[in-house]
Design a binder for this molecule. Structure first.
Ligand SMILES: *[C@@H]1O[C@H](CO)[C@@H](O)[C@H](O)[C@H]1NC(C)=O
Ligand SMILES: *[C@@H]1O[C@H](CO)[C@@H](O)[C@H](O)[C@H]1NC(C)=O
Ligand SMILES: *[C@@H]1O[C@H](CO)[C@@H](O)[C@H](O)[C@H]1NC(C)=O
Length: 320
């Protein structure tokens, strides 16, 4: 029998961090399945090198380069770039069945039993329960399904501009066809849902299996103090603090050392506060999370807070 695999997608270095932690969490909970990551062309060599060490298979997906129907779909619908990359998971035909998980999910328990379910199994979306959330779903790789999906994309686009719209359109009988394809609440533990449905969380929280960090702020948008084991920044109510902490504990202890090894002498910001010791006398006008975000967007404040002088000062203070 062909093997089975968990599959995720990393489109840039931020999401690559998520993918690294997701794989570590799957291994920590002793999955017996293979781990596969699809990477887009914008992921750095260093991130790819680390992904190679953590995943069984790293597959580069460059839709613009694929020269097939995916390329054609991309020409017609350039807005669907990331979606088309995600749909590539159906081409993993050397696996008999797979579970796709977004890179902003974290596994807090073994979930191999998901492979007992059939395509397309998914949890209801918190916003609109007749639709499924495409953050976690069970599927069967198939070149035939893949080309039908591409055709669907080209003809119909996506009603929400992303993969959730395409998949709900294509698998449109999900809400009525077969109730075993509806995953229960424990696979549907979005961090927003935990807050909104606190009573339900109190009842089911101990059984949580997957946490999905929905919303703007992702775990890697924060900073972390490894000594005190505290997440810094405006920890919004939307992100359940204990799961956020769990993400950071895995990331800082198991992923960050691997990233530093790959980056060597080149600058790399892990998000852990030890990287750059905070200056004690100069209060920071921007939160470090905001600064980090700007930095990641290539908008470091080189004339001000991130100027060489300031960094030098911090290093001096740190070395003293
Ligand atoms: C990384 O990719 C995700 C989608 O895959 C996107 O939402 C996010 O804005 C990207 N982040 C950066 C810093 O480019
Ligand atoms: C699906 O297509 C890929 C790429 O064209 C090919 O390598 C693979 O063997 C195909 N799988 C099957 C089961 O035909
Ligand atoms: C999935 O989560 C939403 C809240 O986020 C909830 O309303 C819905 O009932 C859940 N689905 C199932 C099958 O438990």
């Amino acid at each position: 029998m062909a093997e089975q695999a968990f599959v995720t997608l990393a489109t840039n270095d931020s999401y690559a961090k998520g993918a690294m932690v997701l794989a570590k969490s799957l291994r920590k909970h002793k999955t017996s399945k293979k781990l596969v990551v699809l990477v887009g062309p914008h992921v750095s060599d260093q991130s790819r090198a680390v992904l190679h060490k953590i995943y069984d298979e790293v597959r580069l997906v460059d839709v613009m380069d694929s020269g097939d129907t995916a390329h054609l779909a991309m020409m017609k619908r350039p807005d669907l770039g990331v979606t088309l990359t995600k749909l590539h998971c159906w081409t993993l035909t050397h696996y008999s069945k797979c579970v796709f998980m977004d890179a902003d999910t974290l596994v807090v328990s073994n979930i191999d039993e998901l492979f007992d379910r059939e395509e397309l199994s998914a949890a209801p979306d918190p916003g609109w329960p007749d639709f499924f959330n495409s953050g976690v779903f069970v599927f069967r790789p198939s070149n035939e399904t893949y080309s039908k999906l591409l055709q669907y994309c080209t003809e119909h686009g996506s009603f929400d501009g992303g993969d959730q719209g395409v998949l709900n359109g294509f698998f449109s009988d999900w809400s009525t066809a077969d109730i075993t394809k509806h995953l229960p609440f424990i696979y549907n533990m979005s961090s927003i849902a935990i807050y909104t449905y606190l009573p339900a969380f109190k009842q089911y929280g101990a059984n949580a299996k997957v946490v999905h960090f929905l919303g703007q702020m992702k775990p890697w948008s924060y900073t972390y103090d490894p000594k005190q084991r505290r997440v810094r920044g405006d920890v919004q109510e939307a992100s359940h603090p204990s799961f956020l902490l769990e993400w950071w504990a895995l990331y800082s202890s198991e992923v960050v050392p691997m990233l530093f090894r790959e980056y060597g002498d080149q600058p790399f910001h892990s998000g852990c506060e030890e990287d750059v010791a905070p200056s004690q006398d100069a209060p920071l006008p921007m939160s470090s999370a905001e600064r980090k975000q700007k930095w990641e967007q290539g908008q470091a404040d080189y004339m001000g807070i991130d100027s060489f002088d300031n960094i030098q000062k911090k290093l001096d203070a740190f070395l003293k």
